[in-house]
Write a protein that binds this ligand. Structure first.
Ligand SMILES: O=C(O)CCC(=O)C(=O)O
Ligand SMILES: [Fe+2]
Length: 351
């Protein structure tokens, strides 16, 4: 083992020993997780790129069509000219790294096994069913409106609250604009999805370089879909994100200053499966640490998430019944499934 690996392994043990409770982990049946092995690098043109600036101009309807097509065919797209200043992005990524470079005791202050806690640190762990080590460490917290949550955030590094707050407020504007465009792409009123929206939850993901273990393989994050309406992912310049498109894994390499938007489970239900929740994972890099910032847009507890009535008719019967986000969220922890299969509980035929 190289010194880096020993250091990371100790780090992991220290984090685990400091835990008050056993961390929550998913235990999907193996059969639910695709085992495709071919990975293609996203060739030029295979990541749809949306120019958000053009959404505000005379080309709006054309861009909305492009967004609709990307959601339907790919389940993800990159967004450039989103309006988040480059400096705020760099500050966010730097602050994230500074936090994860702090001594382990400092980070452990945020450890919590309660998924409803306003902030919690989640650490790497062994997935015994697959004999793999999942190396992602993440700091997850609520952040909308920023002022309501900022006091719960780390005060170390000292710039954390300010820099992270600035990024979160900027990304919120992008979320709203994208959700409006997605609503329109489905032929719904502009604020149809937006008005179901509640919070905004951020996961700062940190992947140490080459955190090998004795197990069969090390993953950054295992294959999953996000239980969100959409997720907006900002990556640093180290590749790691992979998505399934056309039954193949493809690498979605970082595009400088662009964010990646994923379709989540709630949008799959609301669109009556026209847009499918994106299966994705992150791999680890042997030379470099990696940071990504995931902004999860999720509905308020009482929001109804059945298929929009306008999208169903005799030819397109509703696949899901109406359910609230609260019902989905409660079932999500019970079924312990990390893919959109967890929506099956809400299918019309299961009534
Ligand atoms: O780091 C990545 O590229 C993916 C992270 C992710 O999937 C998530 O936070 O839900
Ligand atoms: Fe994800």
């Amino acid at each position: 083992m190289s010194p880096i690996m020993v250091q990371k392994a100790e780090d992991h043990v220290a984090l685990a020993a400091g835990a008050k409770n056993v961390p929550f982990t998913y235990t999907d049946p193996l059969s639910e997780v695709p085992t495709l092995s071919v990975v293609e690098t996203s060739a030029d043109g295979s990541t749809p790129i949306i120019d958000m600036e053009a959404l505000l101009g005379p080309q709006r309807s054309e861009i909305i069509q492009q967004i609709g097509l990307a959601c339907e065919k790919n389940g993800f797209f990159a967004v450039k000219n989103h309006g988040i200043p480059e400096m705020k992005i760099n500050n966010m990524l730097d602050t994230a790294k500074q936090f994860f470079h702090l001594p382990v005791e400092e980070r452990l202050k945020f450890r919590s096994a309660d998924p409803n806690s306003v902030i919690r640190l989640v650490t790497g762990f062994e997935d015994k069913t697959r004999n793999i080590f999942v190396s992602r460490q993440s700091l997850k917290f609520h952040c909308h409106p920023v002022e309501d949550y900022q006091n719960h955030w780390p005060s170390n590094p000292p710039s954390f609250r300010e820099k992270v707050g600035e990024y979160c407020a900027s990304v919120r504007k992008v979320e709203v604009a994208i959700l409006e465009a997605i609503s329109e792409s489905l032929g719904l009123e502009r604020d149809y999805i937006d008005k179901t929206l509640k919070g905004h939850y951020v996961s700062i993901n940190y992947y140490p370089a080459c955190p090998e273990s004795e197990l069969d393989a090390t993953f950054g994050v295992r294959t999953h879909t996000d239980p969100t309406l959409i997720t907006i992912l900002m990556q640093d310049d180290v590749p790691g994100l992979q998505v399934i498109n056309d039954d193949k894994w493809i690498d979605v390499n970082p595009i400088p200053n662009a964010v990646v938007v994923h379709v989540g489970d709630m949008l799959q239900a609301l669109s009556n499966c026209r847009y499918k929740s994106l299966l994705h994972q992150a791999i680890v890099n042997c030379e470099k640490e990696r940071v990504s910032i995931a902004s999860y847009c999720y509905p308020s507890d009482d929001a109804m998430i059945g298929p929009a009535k306008k999208l169903t008719d005799n030819d397109h019967p509703a696949i899901y019944k109406d359910f609230t986000y609260r019902e989905f969220h409660e079932s999500m922890w019970r079924v312990k499934c990390s893919t959109a299969k967890r929506l099956d509980l809400f299918k019309v035929e299961s009534e």
